[in-house]
Design a protein around this ligand. Structure first.
Ligand code: G6P
Ligand code: MG
Length: 210
């Protein structure tokens, strides 16, 4: 029986993956190269710094550390312009209902996200109080696929990994959950997330299943 549930944020609870994509694409446009949605799969679940390195690699662009830092900040500024406008209409279908269902059953809930904007977003969409623990990009040093974020989540919930489940939309996040020894449900496409123990289209499917 499951005692704890750990949720990724971007692409699982809120539809922010599109804003991350638009903000990176905005940088790529300035540099004059194409940045596609399939390129963007590689950035899902990956830290801001590492994402920038991947974008630069795709564009064949070399920057020094100082310029990298400035570009990462510019990307975040652009991203913030999008997420400042967010409200609860940007919760993905079933997300809030499923969190409420789990709470009713006594399941403890943690956020496990690489984002440094996670707490801000939870506040914007009005679900911060549904989480017993929030592990985000300000609390961990090793990015997914390292298991740190999910192991820290289990620890903060006071639960063993084998009593928990992870919900993830990113390959890197699924790898992190597997490395942590936690059962993982992929949210998205089977052809991308095949490593997960189970793949579903969205949390609304679990709400309907009851
Ligand atoms: C999540 C997203 C990534 C994003 C990362 C860092 O893992 O899936 O696309 O790059 O968080 O987010 P941040 O808000 O700190 O730039
Ligand atoms: Mg995600």
């Amino acid at each position: 029986k499951i005692k704890g549930a750990l949720f990724d944020l971007d692409g699982v609870i809120v539809d922010t993956a599109k804003y991350h994509y638009l903000a990176w694409k905005w940088l790529a446009d300035q540099w004059g190269f194409e940045f596609t949605e399939s390129d963007n799969e590689r950035l899902k679940g990956v830290s801001r710094t590492r994402s920038l390195e991947i974008v630069l690699e795709i564009g064949g662009i070399v920057l020094d550390e100082e310029e990298k830092q400035r570009k990462a900040e510019e990307k975040n500024e652009r991203y913030l312009q999008y997420i400042r406008q967010m409200d609860e209409s940007e919760l993905l279908p079933g997300a809030k209902q499923y969190l409420l269902q789990l709470r009713e059953r006594g399941v403890r809930i943690a956020l496990g996200s690489a984002s440094k904007n996670a707490s801000f977003i939870l506040g914007k969409v009005g679900i911060a109080e549904l989480f017993d623990a929030v592990i985000d990009g300000t609390k961990v040093s090793k990015a997914k696929p390292d298991p740190e974020v999910f192991l820290a989540g289990c620890r903060e919930l006071g639960l063993d990994p084998e009593d928990c489940v992870v919900f993830e939309d990113a390959e890197a996040g699924i790898a992190a959950a597997i490395a942590a020894g936690i059962y993982v449900v992929g949210i998205g496409r089977q052809d991308i997330l095949g490593e997960a123990d189970l793949v579903i289209g969205g949390l609304e499917e679990l709400v309907a299943a009851g």
